[in-house]
Design a protein around this ligand. Sequence first.
Ligand SMILES: *Cc1c(COP(=O)(O)O)cnc(C)c1O
Length: 392
Amino acid sequence: MISAVLPTYNRAPVAFDHGEGSWLTATDGRRFLDLGSGIAVNALGHCHPELVRTLTEQAQKLWHVSNVYSIPEQERLAALLVERTFADTVFFTNSGTETAELAIKMARKFHYENGQPERTGFIAFEGAFHGRSTGAIAAAGSEKMVKGFGPLMPGFTTLPWGDMAALRAALTDQTCAVIVEPIQGEGGIRPLPDAMLKEIRALCDATGTLLILDEVQCGMGRTGKLFAHEWKGVTPDVMMVAKGIGGGFPLGAVLATERAAKGMVAGTHGSTYGGNPLGCAVGARVVELVSDPAFLAEVGRKGALLRQGLEGLVASHPKVFEEVRGEGLMLGLKCRPAPADVVKAGYAQEILTVAAADNVLRLLPALNIPDEDIAEALARLDRTATEIEKSL
Ligand SMILES: *Cc1c(COP(=O)(O)O)cnc(C)c1O
């Protein structure tokens, strides 16, 4: 008999009752060290006191009003994002998937407005993940996500990850937009090869193509900059943000330049919930805390600390771990066994990690994880690897 909850997840037999910082307490009382953060969502850990305060204060004032009214909390968060990024304008959503939908619509509308309605084709990359809507799965194109759900939205070309020659051949003055994650998350913590983002930007400029960056996972401080593309010295035309921006509250945002957003006038897009006072009050507090340069510098330092420890684990457990990759606190351990087995072995050591493609174990701790929790995580991962070795 089918479960009451649609069985689209292979769920672990563990449930949590409460959380604090990097720790989650299970319903049976076990305390787990959380290096998954709800897949990079709990950017400031569980129940951060400032966020709890912001949320409860706003909850006592106003939760939701329609976007047919002005929403000061939304305007405040948009102004913060505009001030701290390349963007001139922001639309709020409830998820990452919805940001993909708007990014696609915005790019097509841009060319339509420019008198080139035939420019509808997108270029994306293998291993990409942009969400689960029909548009987002068409953009990612992987067999696993699209099989049985056709016909797909037409207009998407998927190129091998990092293949500049293929991109040069595919990108023409008839392309609508390139959509890419600066660091693939679900794809296995795969950073774009060095200098590639710069070259993609130059090719887009030369052909009048828009550049959409999906920073849903790698953005919001994860790499030690507010957004990952800042490391590369280029800016996108449109950027997708979600996951960490709500610190656990469902919130996403599409950031765009005035030029890219020119076709998105009243009536062209909307959302019932997107940008409501509750979500935006929390989001504004997250952005304020995370965009502080001192906070971001700490993310970089903690990332280096974790990475150094992980390099040590690769050296001491060569039969389990192959290499470390990623940036800041978005790190991946390439595994020799299936990463799902490593995640599972981690449960016995009370540590939470996340599997990804390309045989990678993802580590996405809270951005403010204390150094002693990093040390504890490394000790637990060390014990996890030792247990796996016994069974090899
Ligand atoms: C998670 C994710 C999405 C989809 O976000 P949802 O909130 O699950 O819809 C899109 N892009 C990237 C890079 C992601 O990691």
